[in-house]
Design a protein. Sequence first.
Length: 308
Amino acid sequence: MQSNDMRTDDIQPPIEADNYSVVPNGRNRSPLQLSIRRFLKNKLAILGLIILIFVVLVAIFAPFFTEHDPTKTNMLKIEQSPSKEHYLGTDSSGRDNFSRLVYGTRVSLTIGLAAMLFTVVIGVVLGSLSGYYGGIVDGIIMRATDIVLALPFLVLALTIMSIVERVTIGVFVTVIALTTWPTLTRIIRGSFLTLREQEFVQGAKAIGASDYRIIRKHFLPNAIGPIIVNATLLMATMIIAESALSFIGMGIPQPTPTWGNMITEAQNIRILQSHPEAWIPPGLSILVTVLAINFIGDGLRDAFDPKR
């Protein structure tokens, strides 16, 4: 006859939560962790990130890659072919092309990053005000957006550039930002209009939260995905804009080394034919960097896609 008493050995200890492995399908991960995981699975995005990191390291450690001054002219070494002393030869002023390429990486990335950040600040502020308050505030901001969008980018940028007496990096960044903010503004406005009617926003208003707190704590975190994606793509646009404006003589003036200035320097048909090393490397630098940034932007867009 079996005893009703349970033996101590038969009693199994409770299973601790720590003994469980990761919950299937990633249900224990935050949205940010899931987005990062999706991004890391995108091979093109990772390739773009590696390339961009390399370009940034070249920009930071430019003095370690070359000993030549990128702005120093030498009239005795005009348009020399590549050699051990000058890896990519010299330009029409005797400046070392390789050092200009390396230091141009620093200037072009600085312009792209600074202009992107400035544009993001303008776009987020105006888009937030427009989408949150609506009404007359939305009307004024959207009419200003329509006016800027109605004017071609190059025409508007060239008009402002022609008024400025001396174009510096700061002036150039400001002009680019003031002509490219409307697109991001509309994106942020659309996100805010969608979020404005959500229950958690109404609840925050009901308990007396200030407009600034609601925007900072509830709106912006939910709109961070579109902001990051568009900021990444904006940086690529800024680099191309600098090159385009420099090519037509309205960008950063010589002798400041930028990729756009190097291509401008090689506009002479004689240099194009006899010295391809003067314009192919900066052209490839622009192409590869912009592609890398676009790969990262596409990866971020897929990673932050709410449908996934």
